[in-house]
Design a protein around this ligand. Structure first.
Ligand SMILES: NC(=O)c1ccc[n+]([C@@H]2O[C@H](COP(=O)([O-])OP(=O)(O)OC[C@H]3O[C@@H](n4cnc5c(N)ncnc54)[C@H](OP(=O)(O)O)[C@@H]3O)[C@@H](O)[C@H]2O)c1
Length: 381
């Protein structure tokens, strides 16, 4: 559709929206999952105090497990005063940065846990070092990886499952993720390998897609709940019928605790939903949940790309159709993953924007001025 005009796109997008409304394949709303209580476990979280970590710690505590957090004591040190905290430094010192702090894993030595949840591993050497110190003193190592281990993700529309090709890079013991985070996926993959080699039969690899919800520091998804609240004419991105996937941080945290309780091992994609969600369904759910005054003006991929709008950067919940492959979550669902209603994620995130986010500058999302400028440009086309 390289030469899509506003008129031809309007016609096709309203047809698509009507078709979406007629054959709604909305992810079913379900009650919050109730899982039977299991034996209490001793769980070490490597990290635990930013975004995903607390979403693991909270349900684990509620379910009667004993938690220990290992981190540097810098991020949100006020959290979880009732929980044991060990301090140290997991990074190997970077020879190019002579003032970098020494690695310090002493606090982990000689201690025993049933399971480890590693939310803070980005470099395989750091995972190897922690595994060496913990050795047989832990029974299960759950490593939080990323869908970025799949090089096809976001490049074309290939469908992805856990057996899809994994990323590689020349130097796995590097000390940076690359200027454009281009080594992030390959390094996560080598971290997975390190955990699996250290704990054959005892490693659980969780590969999340975009993690969203209250307390998300990235603002990538949070743009939308805030945008629904602002109302008015809304720039709706790309193809209304595109498949949209993300995971609510609380669903992910609760499922990670379930994987520990059930001692489930293996590799799992961790992304919604138990049904498919289109971008149009998402936007109309936001409108219905937050603000009936939203009016969507659909603007095609080509126009957004021509105007240098970045996918999941300046515009959250938008991936150009040609790059939008579906990621299978069948294995995760078979292993007990569940997903709360989208409306709940939208509502709670919007409430957090109003009450908890504060006024720090936005790290992602489109400003009101830029949105108005792009809408005017599109109208003039
Ligand atoms: N956000 C997404 O959309 C997304 C998508 C896919 C995968 N993921 C993955 O999900 C995970 C999410 O991480 P999160 O930040 O939310 O986890 P978190 O456990 O809530 O926070 C990171 C923790 O790591 C600690 N830490 C950082 N550097 C450390 C070091 N050198 N030594 C020891 N502790 C250190 C931090 O505390 P101190 O600063 O006090 O040390 C903090 O407690 C990551 O592995 C990420 O790759 C995220």
């Amino acid at each position: 559709m390289a030469s899509t005009t506003r008129r031809s796109f309007l016609a096709s997008s309203s047809l698509a929206a009507a078709a979406a409304a007629a054959s709604i394949r909305r992810a079913p709303a379900r009650a919050l999952t109730i899982r039977p209580r299991t034996e209490p476990k001793k769980i070490l979280v490597l990290g635990g105090t930013s975004f995903l970590g607390p979403a693991v710690v909270r349900p684990a505590l509620e379910r009667g497990h004993t938690l220990t957090l290992f981190n540097r004591g810098r991020t949100n040190p006020h959290l979880f005063p009732e929980v044991e905290k060990l301090h140290g430094q997991r990074r190997r010192p970077d020879p190019a940065r002579p003032n970098a702090p020494e690695q310090d894993l002493a606090a982990l030595k000689g201690r025993k846990w049933d399971a480890v949840v590693d939310t803070s591993g980005y470099f395989p050497g750091n995972v190897e070092d922690v595994c060496k110190v913990l050795g047989d003193n832990v029974g299960q190592y759950l490593f939080v990886s990323s869908l970025s281990v799949y090089p096809a993700l976001g490049v074309d529309d290939t469908a992805i499952d856990e057996d899809s090709k994994l990323a590689e890079c020349d130097e796995k013991y590097r000390f940076d993720l690359g200027k454009e985070f281009e080594f992030y996926g390959a390094l996560k993959r080598y971290c997975e390998d390190a955990a699996t080699a250290a704990y054959p039969g005892g490693a659980t690899i969780v590969r999340p897609g975009y993690i969203v919800g209250p307390e998300d520091p990235s603002d990538r998804f949070t743009y939308w709940p805030a945008r629904f609240d602002r109302g008015g004419e809304v720039l709706a991105p790309g193809n209304p019928d595109n498949d949209l996937q993300f995971v609510d941080v609380r669903d992910l945290g609760e499922w990670i605790v379930h994987l520990i309780e059930s001692r489930t091992t293996g590799a799992f994609n961790a992304v919604g939903f138990d049904g498919q969600l289109s971008v149009a369904e998402f936007l109309h759910t936001g409108k219905g949940t937050r603000n009936l005054g939203c009016e969507f003006t659909w603007v095609p991929d080509e126009f957004l790309l021509e105007n240098n709008v970045s996918s999941w950067g300046e515009m959250g919940c938008w991936t150009p159709t040609k790059q939008n492959g579906h990621t299978s979550n069948a294995r995760a669902i078979a292993a007990g993953a569940t997903f709360r209603p989208i409306a709940q994620t939208i509502r709670d995130t919007a409430d957090w924007v109003r009450e908890g986010r504060g006024d720090r500058p936005w790290r992602a999302g489109m400003t009101a001025e830029r949105e108005a400028e792009l809408l005017a440009k599109w109208r003039a086309k």
